[in-house]
Design a protein around this ligand. Structure first.
Ligand SMILES: C[C@H](O)[C@@H](O)[C@@H](O)C(=O)CO
Length: 471
């Protein structure tokens, strides 16, 4: 969970403060208990803010504890300039919370303080309710979680293997904009290093990994040409190479160009990317490493944010086909759908039992395996950071992954590329709107409804929110 600062503001008249201090403390204690019960680490101001000097000193101490958000708490009428000074002393997002107990003018305090912050353009969120109100606690938690996700990007490094694939402008972002807006550095790595390191990778591990895949997968469909044990091991060696480069260069997330150089002359990166994104490999459980197909920078950025919020692997897919008759989208891409999505189990054997490794199709002459499965059903949050006229926007919607009987699944996958992984998504967005407005060929998804946190992320990043729903 997140780290939340709580600073209670008071009235600047000594005699009034003396009379209401116990009331403020009891409300504050109750709010702090509720936040702690929700699993948050709470840093409480070391005094009530009843003077201008305390406004600065109390807020500075809370800020020094590196909180994700700071709550300014209004249970009484407060002097607004205390809020202004306290806000200036903290850089974290602010949540102004008013107590709705009518015995004291808490709402009035919040409105006066919020209005003052508006006047100087200091963004903040407002919330109100009893200190043990579950909705209030949830709302504060959402902003704190969003802030933790945004902050996790700052100081991170994206490893970009290769460059723009096949002229795909949407896969390339501006590195200055990334540093300024998100605090992310981009390390450029030539794919030659991947090839070199793959050739030198530990052969015993590659063999062990191939046998592990053969043992657990629904099928490894060797054909003696496009998919051989040697080619599968080459894909595994590429995973080993990237894993080692990630460790050496401290990469937080990455992307691989692959097309056309590697897919024409070496192997597809599908196995490599799938297991980087998975929460396990043949050596056991591990942290998922976000790795975007086609070195898609904004795709990887979206995935890194989604991962920070959901804590799961993130789906990356082409928006391949709209089955208008069923109102279902086929999200399908040769690249990485983490095998975890097949059954969403912590046990790799349960997922791999639904995964087939097929010889790559005609697009990719160098061959290797594609990692085929149909994503398990369930509610999903889908979207992507895209850019319009140089400015980021978050395109966001809810959806439902569906899966059907074997015959229907087969009929559907046969209409596109059956050898590739598929997620059948019923989007909470009209097909017309999606196709007219979505700003990329790639979309990303995580299980559950994370829209509230993503709205807060967009607000904190000052990114326009483009949210769709059928209403
Ligand atoms: C077949 C192409 O080469 C695919 O890689 C293409 O459909 C994409 O994945 C584009 O995102």
């Amino acid at each position: 969970m997140a780290r939340i600062g709580v600073v209670s503001i008071s009235d600047g008249r000594d005699h009034v403060h003396a009379r209401i201090a116990d009331f403020i403390r009891s409300k504050q204690d109750s709010l702090v208990r509720s936040l702690q019960a929700a699993g948050h680490d709470v840093v409480v101001g070391d005094d009530l803010v009843a003077t201008n000097a305390l406004a600065t000193s109390v807020a500075r101490k809370v800020a020094a504890a590196d909180v994700d958000v700071t709550v300014f708490y209004y249970s009484v009428w407060t002097f607004p300039h205390f809020t202004m000074l306290a806000a200036d002393a903290t850089r974290s997002p602010l949540v102004l919370v008013a107590s709705t107990d009518p015995t004291e003018p808490g709402l009035v305090g919040m409105l006066a303080a919020g209005g003052a912050l508006d006047q100087i353009g200091r963004r903040h969120t407002r919330a109100w309710g009893a200190p043990d109100d579950a909705e209030l606690v949830e709302k504060i938690g959402v902003h704190a979680k969003a802030s933790a996700a945004v902050r996790s990007l700052r100081g991170s490094t994206f490893g970009r293997f290769g460059g723009r694939p096949m002229g795909m402008n949407t896969a390339v972002a501006n590195t200055d904009q990334w540093m300024r807006k998100f605090g992310i550095d981009v390390e450029e790595i030539d794919q030659y290093e991947l090839v070199l390191r793959a050739d030198k990778a530990d052969a015993a591990e590659a063999k062990k990994a191939r046998e592990w895949i053969e043992q657990h997968a629904a099928g490894v469909h060797y054909d003696g040409k496009k998919l051989t044990p040697e080619l599968l091991e080459r894909q595994i060696r590429s995973y080993q190479a990237i894993r080692d480069i990630i460790a050496e260069r401290n990469l937080d997330f990455s992307g691989i160009k692959a097309q056309p150089e590697l897919t024409e002359n070496f192997a597809t990166m599908d196995v490599t990317e799938a297991f980087l994104n998975d929460p396990y490999d043949w050596n056991g459980p591990k942290e998922p490493h976000v790795c975007a197909t086609e070195a898609d920078m904004d795709g990887a950025l979206t995935m890194q944010l989604f991962k920070a919020l959901a804590g799961t692997p993130v789906l990356f897919a082409d928006v391949r086909h709209y089955h208008a008759d069923r109102d279902i989208w086929d999200l399908c891409n040769s690249g990485q759908h983490a095998t975890w999505y097949a059954a969403r189990s912590d046990d790799p054997a349960e997922n791999l039992a639904k995964v087939n490794f097929y010889p790559e199709v005609f697009f990719f002459p160098a061959g290797g395996a594609s990692v085929q499965h149909i994503a398990a059903p369930g509610q999903m949050t889908l979207g992507r950071l895209t850019r319009e006229d140089g400015e980021y926007r978050l395109q966001l919607m809810l959806g439902e992954f569906e899966s059907y009987d074997d015959e229907t699944n087969q009929t559907l996958v046969n209409q596109s590329t059956p050898e590739w992984p598929h997620a059948f998504a019923r989007l909470d967005a009209p097909g017309e709107v999606f196709l007219s407005k979505f700003g990329a060929n790639h979309i990303h998804a995580v299980p559950g409804d994370h829209r509230a946190a993503l709205r807060a992320v967009a607000d904190q990043l000052d990114v326009r929110l483009d949210e769709w729903t059928r209403g």
